[in-house]
Structures are given as structure tokens and as C-alpha cells.
Design a protein around this ligand. Structure first.
Ligand code: AMP
Ligand code: MN
Ligand code: MN
Ligand code: MN
Length: 283
């Protein structure tokens, strides 16, 4: 079975519609797909409908923005009930923070001589959640940056002129929402946070105490070395191991669906105890 448990659509900062994402995933050999948009679950119903058409299993998910020790972390909720009120009330608060932050980013870019960034970013967001990715697309297409990478590096990354810090939500609270809605909490792309081994261990034990069950070992943004490093951490902390591409759309030509390697030997996959692993096997 091929699992991809981390993907985005145009309901957050991806570019494909849920139906197009599911179709492309199915064509690429994905058999179990989690949709994990940032701080929103609006794409899940459409993805569910498309998954029935294409014969793949759709896992409802979300990628929650969390603040931990003055850093932003991303926590995946997998197998959530998108209709759960506690989860939805929490996600609505995060989206309100995104809206406020977007105004600040717009003001900061304006001071740097870049006019119209807020309106520009909203055009790319198209009414869905507003992300730095939408500002990056505006900066790139208006010639202020050569590509998305440079837009982040010059303007939007932590410490750059267009960066606006946000207090998202604490680890305990985010895990409370995920667990209340029946989901499993997984730390997304742990290699991305530039944490020392000591800081990672502290994060992992706090995450475990809060009820977290897994970490992404195989991720589209991890190197080969990272796979093995985080497989070791998973073993050390008795975490289940997850795998996800973090696919945002076909524009990122360097990353395509269906290309993740298998989890390193010795990992216990997140899906080991999932009932759908059995039903999916009969597709
Ligand atoms: P936000 O949650 O609005 O702060 O935006 C974070 C998103 O920006 C991430 O989920 C990535 O999709 C994207 N991102 C972050 N850093 C980079 C980068 N250096 N290049 C391209 N995209 C990035
Ligand atoms: Mn993103
Ligand atoms: Mn992320
Ligand atoms: Mn992601």
C-alpha cells in the first residue's frame, strides 16, 4: 500500500482543487491520501467525493499552526472528524490570526516600497485562508523576487522585512482539538525547525505528554539522512512513523506525488492499527 499523509489544496496554500489533487494522486499510485490543509478543513468533503470515484482512501486531516518556544511548528491531525465543534472553533481562531497577520505583512512590505501586497495576496488566496505563500506568489509574479524561494528568503522568512510574528496556539491546546475530534496528532517535517537534538528531545517529550502519537519520518522536505535520524527518534520515543509528501501543486516541479520512499526498517507505521488499512487492501 502506498500512503501519502500530508497534502494541500487551494483551500489553503496549494494550487489544485481537492478533486484535481485526488485524481492526480490516484494516477500517481497513491492508495491512501490525507488532505491536510493549513488550519482549515473545507476541502475535505470534495476530496471525499472524488476519492470514491477514483477508488482511493481519503483520510480527513489538517495541519495546525502551533507556537512552541517562540517558534512555529506544524502539527498534523489525521483521521479527524471535520464536523467537530471544538476543532472548528479552534481553527477559526487561527484563521482570524492569519487575517490580522496578513494586514501587518502588507504594511511592512508597503514600508519597503512594495505597494498592493495585501490585495495581491488575497487575489492569490481566492477567498481561502491567507498564507505567506500567497504573498510569495504576489512578490514573484510582480517581479520583486525571482522565485518563491527568493520571496521567502528576502521578504517573508523569520527576521526578514515582511515577516510578522504570530502567536498561534499552544501544543496542549492544538492536541486537545485533534484528540477531541478523534484524530491522531503527528509532528510534521520535524527536520524543518532547525532544532538541536536537545530541543527536539524536549519537544518530543512534551508532545508525547500532550497525547501526540507520531512524527513524520519520511517527508517531502526531509533528506535521506533525516529519514534515518527521525526513524531513530521515533524508536527512542515510541512514536508511530508517518509519511507525507507535503505536496502543494504541480508548480513545484521538484516534488511529485507518488515518489516517497518506504519508511526505514524498524519503524511502526502510523497506520498499523487503522481499520481502513484492511478495507483499502481489498480495493
Ligand atoms: P504560513 O503558514 O502562512 O506562515 O506559511 C507557511 C507556508 O509557506 C509553508 O506551509 C510552506 O508551504 C511555505 N513556505 C515556507 N517557507 C518556504 C520557502 N522557503 N519556500 C517556499 N515556500 C515556503
Ligand atoms: Mn504550505
Ligand atoms: Mn508544514
Ligand atoms: Mn504542509
Amino acid at each position: 500500500m502506498y500512503y501519502d499523509l500530508h497534502t494541500h489544496t487551494c483551500y489553503s496554500d496549494g494550487t489544485l482543487s481537492p478533486a484535481d489533487l485526488v485524481a492526480r494522486a490516484a494516477q500517481s499510485g497513491v492508495q491512501v491520501l490525507a488532505l491536510t490543509d493549513h488550519d482549515v478543513t473545507d476541502g475535505i468533503a470534495e476530496a471525499q467525493a472524488a476519492s470514491r470515484k477514483h477508488g482511493l482512501v481519503l483520510v480527513p486531516g489538517v495541519e495546525i499552526s502551533v507556537s512552541w518556544q517562540r517558534r512555529t511548528l506544524h502539527i498534523l491531525g489525521l483521521g479527524i472528524d471535520p464536523g467537530h465543534e471544538v476543532l472548528q472553533a479552534g481553527l477559526a481562531r487561527l484563521r482570524a490570526r492569519r487575517d490580522e497577520r496578513a494586514v501587518t505583512i502588507g504594511e511592512r512590505l508597503e514600508k519597503k516600497g512594495i505597494a498592493g501586497a495585501l490585495a495581491g495576496a488575497h487575489r492569490y488566496a481566492g477567498g481561502s485562508i491567507i498564507s505567506r505563500t500567497h504573498f510569495a506568489r504576489f512578490l514573484t509574479d510582480s517581479g520583486h523576487a525571482r522565485d518563491m524561494r527568493q520571496a521567502f528568503k528576502r521578504y517573508l522568512a523569520d527576521g526578514m522585512p515582511g515577516y510578522a510574528p504570530v502567536e498561534w496556539v499552544g501544543l496542549d491546546e492544538a492536541l486537545g482539538w485533534i484528540r477531541a475530534s478523534g484524530g491522531q496528532a503527528v509532528i510534521a517535517h520535524p527536520a524543518r525547525y532547525k532544532l538541536s537534538a536537545g530541543q527536539l528531545r524536549r519537544l518530543f517529550s512534551e508532545f508525547k505528554d500532550a497525547g501526540g502519537v507520531g512524527i513524520e519520518v519520511v517527508s517531502g522536505s526531509h533528506s535521506r539522512d533525516d529519514y534515518f535520524r527521525f526513524a531513530q527518534f521515533a524508536k527512542e520515543f515510541d512514536f508511530l512513523a508517518s509519511a507525507g509528501s507535503d505536496y502543494h501543486g504541480p508548480e513545484n516541479a521538484w516534488m511529485e506525488l507518488g515518489r516517497l520512499p518506504a519508511l526505514p526498517a524498524g519503524c511502526t507505521p502510523l497506520w498499523t492499527a487503522w481499520p481502513l488499512a484492511r478495507s483499502a487492501a481489498s480495493i
